[in-house]
Every structure is written in C-alpha cells, then in structure tokens.
Design a protein around this ligand. Sequence first.
Ligand code: SAH
Length: 465
Amino acid sequence: MDFLPVFLDIRAQPCLVIGGGDVAARKTALLLRAGAQVTVLSPLLVPAFDEYLANGKVAHRAARFRAEDVTRYAVVIAATDDETVNREVAAAAKALRIPVNVVDQPALCSFILPSIIDRSPLIVAVSSGGASPVLARLLRARLETLIPAGYGGLAALVGSFRDQVKARFKPAERRRFWERVLQGPIAELSFSGRDQDARKALQQAIDDPRLTVHGGEVYLVGGGPGDPDLLTFRALRLMQQADVVVYDRLVSSSVLDLVRRDAERIYAGKERASHALPQEDINHLLVRLAKEGKRVLRLKGGDPFIFGRGGEEIETLMDEGIPFQVVPGITAASGCASYAGIPLTHRDYSQSVVFVTGHLKDGSMNLNWPALAQPRQTIVFYMGLVGIDILCRELVAHGLPAKMPAALIQQGTTPQQRVLTGDLATLPQIVHQAKVKAPTLIIVGEVVRLREQLKWFEPASLGVL
Ligand code: SAH
C-alpha cells in the first residue's frame, strides 16, 4: 500500500489553494464541500471563482506565491501550471509537515485526492495511487451505479438511532437487526425519500424487534423479458439478498443465475394449461415462507403488474400483514419491440398503443374488438399465440385491413429471439408453418413496417447477443 487512506476533518479549518485556474476552482469547490475556510492565492482568478467570492466563501489574495505564504494551514493544494511554483509549494508545506497536494504530480504530494462517490455521510473513495486517475474514475463510475442514490439519507437515519440500538440489543442481535434494517423495507422507504415513514418504522422495529429480527418479507420483482442487462438496479439488489426465490417459467435462466447462489429455488411454473402451482397455492406459499422469517423473492417475467397477477399476490400478503415491495420490470412489449426494431408509437403511424391479453377462456377471446380495431393504434397481444386465428379474424371483421402489418416475436431479448413479420391475413399460417412457440408477443400496426428501416439497430444483428 503506497498511501494510507484517511478521511480528514477540515471543517472551519484554514486551507490554502495556490492557483486561479479551473483546476484550482475545482479543488476549492471540493474543500468547500468539506466545510473548509479557503484562501486562494493567485494574481488572477477565472470566472468560476466569482460565485465563491461574491458570497464570501473564499478569501482571495492577489499575489504571487512566496514560501512564507505557507503558514498554519490544515491543507495546502498547489494547482498552478508553473512547475517551479508547484515545487516551492510542496517544499514549503513539507518543511512544516502540512499535508500538501500538487495536482497531477504525485511525486510532489504528501497526500493525493481520490475519486469519490459522495453519499454523505457515506463516502467511497477510489485511488490508483496516482498511477491512473482515469482508471480510478472509471471504477468510480461503476460503483456509482451500484450504490443507490439514497444511501446517504439511509446512513444519516441509521446514525441517529445507533445509541438506542446499542443499548437495546446484544452484539449478535444488533448485527442481525442492522442487516435486516439496511436491506429491508425500512431502507427502501428511505431510498424512496419517505424519511419520516422510515424513521417511524425504525423506531417501531426497535420497540418491537420480533418482525425485524425474526420476520420475513416478500419482494415482488419484475425480471424483465429475458436479457439480464434489462434488470433494474433494485431488482438485482433484492435478488442478491433473498433467502428463497419463487420463480415463473418466463424468467430466463440467465436472469435466474443472478439470484444469490445459496438461495433456495422454487419453481412455480405457469405453463399453459399445466400450471405447476395454482395461483392460490403460490399466494399461500409466499405467506408461509415469509412467516418462516425468510426474505422471499417472487421473481416474475417482465413487469409484475402487467398480466403478471402481481395484484392478487400482494392482496394475500396485505391480508396477512406481511411486509412486501414491488419492483417494476421491463415488460415484454417494451423489450421485444426495442430488440425487434419496432417502435410502439410513431408520430406518423400510431398515436396510441394498447396491451391486451389474447388468452383464451373456454376457447374464446372476449375482447372489446371495436376499441382495438382503431386506425393509428398499435396493438400488443400477450399470450395470443394459441388464439392467433381468432384474433386476426376478429380484427379484420371489425374493420382493420387484412394487409395490416403484424409481427411475431418469440423469446424476445434472448439469444434465441425470432422475429417473423406478415399481416393479419398471413399471420396464422406463419405461426403454424414456422412452428412458433411460447413465449411469443404479437404486435399489430403500421409501425411494424418500420422494422425494415430500423433493423440494423437490432442487437442480434450487431452480434451483441
Ligand atoms: N408480466 C409479463 C407478461 C406475462 S404474460 C410482462 O410484463 O412481460 C406472458 C406473455 O408475455 C407470453 O405469453 C408472451 O406473450 C409475453 N412474453 C413475455 N416474455 C416474452 C419474451 N421474452 N418474448 C416474447 N413474449 C414474451
């Protein structure tokens, strides 16, 4: 280790910045964020300093640097493009053992500034020890995406309860308590900005820790249409902290692979006509697992609230008083349309889009056909494969031209994606001839024509998938 990472308290401490350019302004801003009293020494200042000078945050000394300028400062930063000045600053500061940073010259520094992810009071600092600041910045960007924006608020919240929790629980219980709080509904309340509710819930959890320390919860998570890259950050986070996952057939294996490795896996099926578990059993299974104190991930294809029966599942959870959260996912219509190069709306061709289920009930499809067969509208059928003959026939009977373009997208967004296009007259035949299988999405509308123009955007054709 070439440097010792430390976090310095410089609140209300005098700090000196030498240099008046944009780099000096950025360093000044950083020191100000940490509450320092900054003096800038430079004959001239760029306009970036105007604001700081105007509101009195920074003192300016319009002069050239002399070694005597380095006196009782907590920190000194040299940000000039004059190598001799930079050297003099470093020498003067080191003589007085004042921490000094010379921008872009690690050899002259007694400390270096890391790339930071600021979720104050939580701060993550990344340093390459001066070897490659760009690499450190790239790593920082990756970490940014992993750490929810609300972590700072959560850290502040938890900090204010620390003493209370310490007094209430033994060390082992305490750890479990905090793990539960930081990964559970209380954390999620804080992330979504409901700070007062989170505070109340945390107080309740301390007063009656049965639920937090022993109770389970359910995450109803949309796993998207197949490509794991389409998961949300929140989905991934909850997938990695679940004790057990109850998943549907629609969840792709590459998405399932991202669930915590030692989580128990329960297949809840849902193949047409041969439901592995009836819906009611799934509802009760979720309740039972949560009551055993488990963090239950109910993982669904697409979005849980779009033809996903998510509403029914949370009703049972609510009846039983089980804490839960719902995480949206990219629904098949969005995923398949994008990956097939078909925009769902288009100012010249389609002003509205409807998502409708083509699921057959007792061999028939009871839909509002006149409302569907409207001009300048895109219709997306979920579960429409078995009833393809009926749906094409009804749309034509209710006024759509037989030549209306239509597309079939099988296993959209996965490496096995297949896209077949035709029109309302030819679609049933295509399904039978090409042996199209579930899951397949059907898109009907003029927008399907645009596929020819946009085709080269298809990730598969770029060799990405
Ligand atoms: N909740 C899901 C939909 C469940 S209904 C969502 O929001 O996407 C199941 C139907 O969704 C399937 O019959 C099929 O029509 C469609 N579907 C889901 N994933 C798909 C995929 N990867 N490719 C094509 N169709 C898909």
